[in-house]
Ligand binder design. Structure first.
Ligand code: GLN
Length: 207
């Protein structure tokens, strides 16, 4: 129906993978931005959304739970089909094709042509905050919070580094409908990454 197509364009239905991690914060941000945001734990829930956020948390646990819940293959199929997906921190690890120092047997969904290094800001700096500029979301600085965060150790030819720290380390990447950040915009009131994700979800739902 034209009417429902119009409503969908205004308020895309998007999911947040809710197996583990800070999915509630993402649901709150997406809802505040006018989306219909739902937790996704099962394949049928994934099938009903025009985009998916994979939250921060612990990638090894998320990997195990996604396999236990029969979500690993549906998630791979969704990424392959071009579903817009935004991963933060552990979510970025889940989207990476390669993990440099994963735990034994750790697998990812993949999709982003990158290698990530987990817990890359070790020692005293396990968590820190800094400002960086990510031109694809606008000129103003992004206040970024890193919590036991990964870095993108290698950017393959299909992916683009869109956020880089002063020391050259890559902390935000994009590849078509996939977006990944090492940091957590959902906890700082930084909305522009979710806005960008929702633009992709809107385009996807009206394709
Ligand atoms: N260190 C976690 C991991 O390896 C990620 C931390 C986070 O998501 N804040 O999955």
């Amino acid at each position: 129906m034209a009417g429902s197509r119009h409503e969908e364009a205004a308020a895309p239905r998007v999911g947040v993978l809710a197996l583990q991690g800070d999915f509630r914060e993402h649901l709150a941000v997406l809802t505040a931005l006018g989306a219909v945001a739902v937790p996704v734990r099962r394949p049928d829930e994934l099938a009903g959304v025009s985009g998916l956020v994979i939250p921060g948390g612990e990638s090894t646990v998320m990997d195990k739970l996604s396999r236990t819940f029969g979500m690993a293959e549906p998630l791979r199929a969704a990424v392959d089909a071009g579903l817009p997906v935004y991963g933060t921190c552990a979510g970025l690890i889940m989207l990476a094709d390669r993990v440099v120092d994963g735990s034994a047997g750790q697998r990812t969904i993949g999709g982003l042509d990158v290698a990530v290094r987990r817990n890359a800001f070790g020692g005293q700096n396990e968590s820190f905050e800094t400002d960086l500029v990510v031109p694809v979301v606008g000129d103003g600085p992004v206040h970024a919070v890193f919590i036991r965060a990964p870095v993108v150790a290698e950017v393959g030819p299909l992916a683009t580094a869109v956020g880089v720290l002063d020391d050259g380390r890559v902390v935000a990447v994009e590849q078509g409908n996939l977006l990944g950040t090492s940091f957590h915009p959902e906890v700082t009131g930084e909305l522009r990454f979710h806005v960008r994700f929702l633009e992709k979800a809107r385009a996807w739902s009206s394709r």
